[in-house]
Design a protein around this ligand. Sequence first.
Ligand SMILES: Cc1cc2nc3c(=O)[nH]c(=O)nc-3n(C[C@H](O)[C@H](O)[C@H](O)COP(=O)(O)O)c2cc1C
Length: 175
Amino acid sequence: MKDRIGIIYSTTDGQTLKICNAIVSVFNKKGIQIELFSIENFKEDIQSFSKIIIGSSIRYGLHHKKIIEFINSNKIILDTKKTAFFSVNLVARKPEKAQADTNPYVIKFFKTIDWKPQIVEVFAGMLDYKKYGFFDRLMIQLIMWITKGPTDKNTKIEYTNWEKVNEFGMRLVQL
Ligand SMILES: Cc1cc2nc3c(=O)[nH]c(=O)nc-3n(C[C@H](O)[C@H](O)[C@H](O)COP(=O)(O)O)c2cc1C
């Protein structure tokens, strides 16, 4: 079988997975099967896929190491498939940094990786201080203070634009 459609993701607190699940719903509503894999236990033969979507959140400025390794070691095969990539981060909560070509992490990512998926998107993630350990919370508070975001330790805000996620899902269906 060579026509599987797969999403491979990396998530730490679950927001990227939540976005993946919304994409899966878009496909399922159209009666199209799509498989979801965490990068942590992806052991499939990627040749069996015709379309591959890769999603990762940003932590301390970087996409997940395993996602980068996966892309680098499968680049030649990925180039023969229909592919898409999306990034999840908090900088994308700012409208001027909410597009693939204006988000600093996405811009930097594609400068450092030799891969050009047909579709690239970026979504704002979740800010939930109560989920973070002491050090991470302090660091995120600092980043938020610098970028004029909320610093109250009780803040929980989901910045993800679900309409944008649905539109992305539709573009992926058509890819
Ligand atoms: C420890 C930590 C570091 C983070 N670093 C960044 C960062 O450097 N830039 C940014 O825009 N967002 C950063 N974020 C925000 C995450 O990208 C955001 O919360 C996202 O929703 C996480 O997605 P996930 O739950 O799928 O991992 C960070 C979050 C945490 C918890």
